[in-house]
Design a protein around this ligand. Sequence first.
Ligand SMILES: Cc1cc2nc3c(=O)[nH]c(=O)nc-3n(C[C@H](O)[C@H](O)[C@H](O)COP(=O)(O)OP(=O)(O)OC[C@H]3O[C@@H](n4cnc5c(N)ncnc54)[C@H](O)[C@@H]3O)c2cc1C
Length: 367
Amino acid sequence: MKTKEVVVIGAGVVGLTTAITIQEQGGYNVTIVAETWPSDPKTVKYTSFWAGASHGVYRGPDENLRKVRQDTFKVMWELSAPGGPAEACFHRTTEHAFYYDGLGQYADDMPNLKRIPESELRLGAKAGYSFSSYVIDPPVYLNYLLSRFIARGGHIVRGTVQHISQVIEGGTGIWVNGKPSAAPDALVVCNGLGAKTLGGVEDAEVYPNRGQNVIVHAPWVRDAMSLSSPEPTIDTYVFPRRNGDVVLGTVRVPHDWYPVARPETTTQILERCLALCPELAPPEIRAQRAPTIDDLRPLIVEETCGLRPMHVGGIRMEVNWIDGRERESKIPMLLNYGYGPSGYEPSWGSAKAALEMLEGALANVVA
Ligand SMILES: Cc1cc2nc3c(=O)[nH]c(=O)nc-3n(C[C@H](O)[C@H](O)[C@H](O)COP(=O)(O)OP(=O)(O)OC[C@H]3O[C@@H](n4cnc5c(N)ncnc54)[C@H](O)[C@@H]3O)c2cc1C
């Protein structure tokens, strides 16, 4: 069977994971075209840099999402194993998750999942779990994904696609040397917030949800901690990375496009995180007195800000049929974006579902 040309738009965690999954299935020549790449200087236009990013307990009612998240957890748990292929991208840890509401009926079956005894609940939380998980270091992990894709023969092209018709008529060659290259047999759109403005997609239901985090260097903190809030724009977490940095979060503000950290939000995050986890302060200070956020400020490595790519109703994964290069031909365009607050947690399971959808569509193309 002829090898099929697939072009993926976007090189965030969703684009890279989807491209690798298609490539590793065999029978596809996969090219990613993207404006921003994992090794580029950090920019708010590339959300994947800014994730926390842990794998937490899923407490929602969506069975399909729960399965996709569990499949992803299995893949990442193996990647993060001591001596595993991507061990350096992860910090395996115990997470202590506290909730203001109940535990939820549908909690994931995470390894070593235990209810936290009432006497150990923090800050007035009503319930909590502890469980084994990992914290991802996104810049390191994204570069691992990119190198895995390239090492297995994937092609990468830097370019800004203004309209999908550019890829159909010119292939990705037009961004390489200005000349047309092979016509794609399928297009996969994984461009996050970019789906709002990409010509031929222009999805009005895509919008940002602004997050802000503080990264401190506190290698003495090794366990992760989180506290859900009754207030939807706030979540408190402490996510230690492998290199001794600890990510403190966060806010969740829909339709807020402000692209840099606000100092007052940094202060609020430090206050909330220190209240949840006083262990953040250096041990020698805690031995003498109660710590304050001024003890955390000298530990700050970076104040970060990212725009979560939301889509009304959740992830958008569907096939649309668009004009191909040949007269009267149609090719499938798989839309795969809108991962909002959780692009990493369902990534491998979701990429598998995307591959199945793509193969189902390609099976209907008349050669
Ligand atoms: C503060 C914060 C904390 C988070 N914590 C977590 C967490 O703990 N767990 C979790 O799972 N998720 C977390 N997330 C969410 C996660 O980061 C996102 O869901 C995920 O990064 C979205 O990835 P993406 O690939 O869809 O988009 P992006 O990473 O934004 O990538 C989009 C890609 O498309 C390209 N692109 C866009 N338009 C075009 C165009 N026209 N032409 C060419 N290329 C284009 C871009 O250059 C880029 O390569 C967090 C996010 C934030 C902000």
